[in-house]
Design a protein around this ligand. Structure first.
Ligand SMILES: C[S@@+](CC[C@H](N)C(=O)[O-])C[C@H]1O[C@@H](n2cnc3c(N)ncnc32)[C@H](O)[C@@H]1O
Length: 182
């Protein structure tokens, strides 16, 4: 039994569980714990982003970088970034990008609440409603340049975000709330 519990499989499992625990602690105290965007919604999110060559995109709290990787692959002439606060998720995404990721994707380590969002054309977040509206809203509304777009996956935005459009094609798909900075 002891041999099984110290086998490479279990060691990897322990590291994975500890990694998730550390991530949860970091993320829970900030915008949201790690819960990934559904892969079947990536195509729609890319369509909603509607990036043009030369434009820039950032995913706030990029987790395993599935959204920013998809966006970068489908928009090779755009500049794409993902920022992540939880070290295990950051390292995972950073290494994945270095090994097999698209060249136009950069994974940043840091707290999105301290990041400057003034030069992005499209900003994507999958965060909790309360934390988006109470913690990062003020900063984003101040930083975002005119005409730039903010996409919030699942969670709706309060009235301070003017004229928000919601895109949800069917019951199985999750909502994408779209705000354009005036
Ligand atoms: C709900 S998950 C979404 C993950 C990914 N964006 C996706 O859609 O698949 C939220 C992510 O935000 C990260 N996070 C939470 N607070 C953050 C902060 N202040 N700065 C950067 N990342 C943060 C968490 O570690 C977690 O990976």
């Amino acid at each position: 039994m002891q041999q099984i519990l110290t086998s490479p499989f279990f060691l990897v499992l322990y590291i994975f569980i500890i990694g998730l625990g550390v991530s949860a602690i970091f993320a829970w105290s900030s915008l949201a714990p790690w819960l990934p965007t559904q892969r079947k919604d990536l195509k729609r999110i890319n369509k909603d982003a509607n990036l043009k060559p030369g434009q820039s995109f950032i995913e706030i709290g990029c987790g395993d970088a599935r959204v920013c990787s998809y966006i970068a692959r489908h928009n090779p002439r755009a500049h794409v970034e993902g920022i992540e606060l939880a070290p295990p998720l950051y390292f995972y995404s950073y290494i994945k990008q270095k090994i097999s990721g698209p060249k136009n994707l950069k994974i940043l380590y840091g707290n999105a609440l301290k990041h400057n969002f003034s030069h992005y054309d499209v900003i994507y977040i999958y965060g909790l409603k309360e934390t988006i509206n109470n913690q990062i809203k003020k900063k984003l509304l101040k930083d975002m340049k005119k005409g730039s777009k903010f996409l919030s996956y699942v969670f709706s935005l309060d009235d301070d975000w003017k004229d928000v459009q919601t895109e949800k094609p069917g019951t199985k798909e999750r909502s994408v709330h779209i705000y354009i900075q005036k």
